[in-house]
Design a protein around this ligand. Structure first.
Ligand code: SAM
Length: 441
């Protein structure tokens, strides 16, 4: 379900009876909800506030806020961390499927999309006492169709696979909220990925990891980056996108483009502004190289895929200029390309690990590889800092290295950490205590 917890503190239309909600396209401010990977809520709030969001409130897996149509569509275009953004079109007290139907039908749907548009509906049950989600979801679809039928004697068609318009609702024990989705396909899909590698990271999570790493002293000051387990290149591309000010939505379509308030002029303005910013970012990187990116993986095919992804994202010139360099390598043989920098990586965990003599059970292969990789970092990367994103919560033991910080985050349902590990030369001596670094909230 797209929205895990759209729990607005206060509806815009407080006090109005169900069925009398705001839903005018002319409305100046909307209640909105943005979803994100769990753990990124705080940075999502800051990101949306930087684009004008008001009355922000983080909730688990997202945030609520107020924004105008223009602000919300610009946020959808530019957000690096959100998965979806929706405008709330109706909200009301609701304790039955029937009340839910009336709330959904109260929206002037014809003001939002055309009869010729296809649509789909989704429903998130947040604990409401309903017989069946499927049935209530059908009531949502009926409400939209009936609103059109009453006005035009015709109804728009449903398309589950490739709808022009997405509508979703959330229903809790006392209230229902109905949203129109601005994103369409989930926003982690940036439009540059054709083939995925082994366990690719979602792009919005990768972007969040980079943002968090760059907030730390070591990340902020680094200009050399190395991902020795780069897979399909997600971390490289998402970090370059931030370094070069590339809009995440530059090459993709959005559902908001199919909605009636959207104008081609507004689309052009968004596009031109994004092109201008990306061109300036690329020029800066090419004319005054202020960072250097190295990425490698043991699997040759993934290196090809990563480079293709990078080119599709518009960074081919950085590759040609040698500012980004890919190589097929076992991580254990990757030497530091400069005296300092950051290792920024999502090493394999819980999936097939390829290590020398890996003809052993997977967990043993993992332990071997990471013990050897910890030694490799200690012996060769002094002066560097490693930022490793992993579901191995015991990474300190596995690597034999002590993280300075660990930030809890979720990769889908999997609890992970972004570990920040300062590297100093020396032989690892286990600590006498089991003291753990504090977890960030
Ligand atoms: C979790 S995936 C990284 C996914 C990547 N972040 C992405 O989004 O596509 C881990 C990667 O480690 C690579 N790998 C496994 N063993 C390796 C080794 N010994 N040296 C280098 N890479 C290795 C795998 O081929 C895989 O691409």
């Amino acid at each position: 379900m797209p929205y895990s917890n759209p729990n607005h503190s206060k509806p815009n239309n407080a006090g109005k009876p169900a069925g009398q909600q705001h839903n005018s396209t002319k409305q100046s401010v909307f209640n909105c909800f943005a979803s994100c990977p769990r753990g990124l809520e705080e940075i999502l709030v800051a990101e949306l506030e930087s684009m004008g969001a008001q009355k922000t409130r983080a909730v688990t897996g997202g945030c609520t806020f107020e924004a105008s149509w223009r602000q919300a569509t610009r946020m959808t275009y530019w957000t690096r961390f959100a998965g979806r953004i929706g405008l709330e079109l109706a909200r009301g007290e609701c304790t039955s499927e029937d009340e839910f139907y009336h709330i959904a039908k109260s929206v002037d749907w014809h003001n939002w999309f055309k009869l010729s548009n296809t649509f789909r509906v989704d429903l998130n049950n947040l604990g409401a006492d309903i017989q069946s989600v499927r049935f209530t979801q059908l009531r949502l679809k009926d409400a939209v169709c009936d609103a059109f039928l009453e006005r035009f004697d015709e109804r728009p068609n449903v398309s589950v696979e490739a709808p022009d318009v997405r509508i979703f609702a959330a229903i809790n024990p006392t209230e229902a909220m109905v949203y129109i989705d601005l994103a369409g396909e989930n926003l982690f899909k940036r439009g540059w990925r054709e083939e995925a590698g082994v366990a690719p990271l979602k792009e919005n999570l990768a972007a969040g990891l980079w943002h968090i790493a760059r907030q730390s002293e070591a990340g902020k000051n680094a200009d050399v980056f190395l991902d020795p387990f780069c897979g399909s290149g997600t971390l490289v591309i998402e970090s370059l996108s931030q370094l070069c000010d590339r809009a995440p939505g530059l090459e993709r379509a959005f559902a908001f483009e199919n909605l009636k308030p959207f104008t081609p002029e507004w689309g052009k303005e968004l596009q031109e502004d994004a092109n201008r910013r990306f061109n300036a970012g690329l020029d800066k990187a090419l004319t005054t190289p202020y960072f250097q990116w190295y990425a490698s993986d043991i699997t040759e095919l993934l290196i090809d895929i990563a480079q293709e992804n990078l080119a599709r994202a518009g960074f081919e010139e950085l590759l040609d200029a040698g500012i980004v360099q890919f190589a097929q390598r076992d991580a254990l043989t990757v030497e530091p390309p400069s005296p300092s920098g950051i290792v920024f990586s999502n090493p394999p965990y819980g999936e097939r690990v390829r290590a020398k003599g890996a003809d052993v059970p997977e967990d043993e292969a993992y332990e071997r590889l990471f013990k050897a990789y910890g030694d490799h970092l200690k012996m060769n990367f002094s002066g560097w800092t490693a930022f490793l994103f992993s579901g191995d919560l015991e990474i300190k033991k596995t690597l034999g290295l002590s993280p300075k910080r660990k930030r809890p985050l979720f990769n889908g349902p999997i609890e992970c950490r972004l570990f920040e590990i300062p590297l100093t030369r020396g032989v690892y001596r286990p600590r006498a205590t089991t003291e753990q670094p504090p977890e960030e909230s």
